[in-house]
Design a protein around this ligand. Structure first.
Ligand code: ADP
Length: 439
């Protein structure tokens, strides 16, 4: 039995006993009076305790539970125990929260937590410096209103679960930030900003070095190549067979270095020099016909090269870059397909996206090489690449051109069966000609 019930029963029993004692002496009215009086006192005692309990419940969270008398003492001490445990739990959670805040502050990278419509919820000191914000002043404000770089705002607005951007630090002049945005929980985002100034500086030095060396080599190479050609073509100039063989071999090597230098310069101009592709409309059939013509020239009749021009359309972008990228894919298809093989160049529009396929039934590529093909100088078979006049830079150039057009390269291949390289252009770069003229 609960202490309160026990107390009430005891009290009532005492009142009944008293009433029974009083009855023979003072009569039934007095006995009834004792019974009612006892019950009334019991009620008033309970009301008094409930009143104290109510006052305590309305008081501040940390107020101690008042001491209770009688059976209520048990109730009050049970409440006291509960409130002590709750206070301990609260304290524990506060400690944990503080530890997490300390960990966030100790991070060498900038950390920003956004909620809802990119509103600032929490920021560490590093991020305050990097983004030029002050948590006390800016908490609850949309981060996009404080940091307005278009590429950063585009990343914030992106619905992707993970997005990244490289941009100058708004709060630290001369610094570069690599920022990752990761969606988590209930409409929240975590931004991690690393200072990559040093890495970027090294990368710029590397690019400049390669570009300068390539540039410096171009003129002497042209001169050497010119003189060698003169020597080879000079009627009665070099008569010995051996010397002619040497000249032919040297000419071939200078041609290779010239290709390499041209590809290195193309790559470094894509990486640094040239402005981002604009909105020029590049006619797809014209582009693909030119690529087919060149591939036929490289093939010299050894392959069948089909063109499926697809729906009339144009691509918004840089004509010369797109030509070089698709030309590289078609050139590879020719170089890595045995004589008598077939090559297909096709254009399609699927869900608004533009797809250019360059497909061959050539030597194919093992799956383990595919993820690395667009790395500079990565070649599956070095000997075969050299033999066929490759520089190992073709797909790296393709990758850069496509990145600049927000496009992707998809590769499907199997050894001995052939390869399909598909360029996937985003819908905003595709102009469907029929729709455009109808409009
Ligand atoms: P390379 O100048 O050596 O051809 P690329 O960057 O153009 O350099 O290509 C990288 C490598 O990818 C090539 O060396 C080759 O091994 C492989 N490759 C590219 N295209 C094809 C293809 N159509 N079929 C088979 N292998 C290919």
């Amino acid at each position: 039995m609960s202490p309160i019930r026990f107390h009430a029963v005891r009290w009532l029993a005492a009142s009944v006993c008293l009433a029974l004692l009083v009855w023979p002496i003072a009569g039934p009215l007095w006995a009834l009076g004792c019974l009612l009086g006892g019950t009334l006192i019991l009620l008033l005692l309970h009301l008094g305790q409930i009143d104290r309990l109510f006052d305590w419940a309305r008081s501040a969270e940390e107020a101690p539970v008042p001491p209770g008398s009688g059976a209520w003492g048990h109730v009050f001490s049970a409440l006291h125990r509960r409130s002590r445990i709750a206070a301990q739990d609260r304290q524990h959670l506060l400690h944990q929260l503080q530890r997490q805040r300390d960990a966030m502050q100790a991070m060498p990278d900038g950390v920003v937590i956004l909620q809802g419509a990119n509103l600032i919820e929490s920021v560490n000191v590093v991020a305050e410096q990097q983004f030029g914000i002050d948590l006390k002043r800016d908490v609850g404000l949309p981060l996009g209103n404080l940091v307005r770089q278009p590429e950063f705002v585009a990343m914030l607005d992106s619905t992707a679960s993970v997005a990244s951007v490289l941009m100058p630090a708004p709060g630290l002049s001369g610094h570069m930030l690599s920022i990752q945005s990761i969606a988590f929980g209930d409409e929240r985002k975590l931004l991690l900003a690393s200072d990559v100034t040093h890495v970027e500086r090294l990368e710029t030095m590397r690019r400049d070095f390669v570009a300068n060396v390539s540039h410096e080599m171009r003129t002497p190479l042209t001169v050497i190549h010119g003189y060698l050609e003169m020597l080879a073509d000079e009627p009665g100039g070099v008569t010995s067979d051996e010397a002619q063989r040497f000249i032919a071999a040297t000419l071939e090597q200078t041609r290779r270095i010239q290709h390499l230098v041209a590809d290195l310069l193309a790559l470094s101009s894509l990486e640094t020099g040239s402005p981002l592709p604009g909105d020029d409309e590049v006619d797809v059939p014209t582009l693909l016909e030119a690529v087919q013509r060149e591939a036929l020239g490289v093939s010299a009749g050894r392959h069948r090269i089909d063109l499926e021009p697809g729906p009339p359309a144009a691509i918004r972008g840089a004509a010369q870059e797109l030509h070089s990228a698709i030309g590289n894919l078609a050139g590879n298809a020719v170089r890595y397909t045995q004589a008598g093989g077939r090559i297909r160049i096709a254009w399609r529009i699927v869900d608004g996206q533009g797809l250019i396929d360059v497909e061959d039934n050539g030597i194919g590529i093992e799956a383990r090489h595919i993820p690395r093909l667009t790395e500079r100088f990565y070649r599956v078979d070095r000997g075969r690449s050299r033999e066929s006049g490759g520089t190992g830079l073709g797909l790296a150039i393709v990758k850069h051109v496509l990145e600049r057009h927000q496009a992707r390269l998809e590769i499907v291949s199997a050894p001995g069966r052939g390869s399909r390289f598909t360029v996937r252009l985003p819908a905003q770069r595709v102009v469907a000609r029929a729709a455009a003229s109808a409009a």
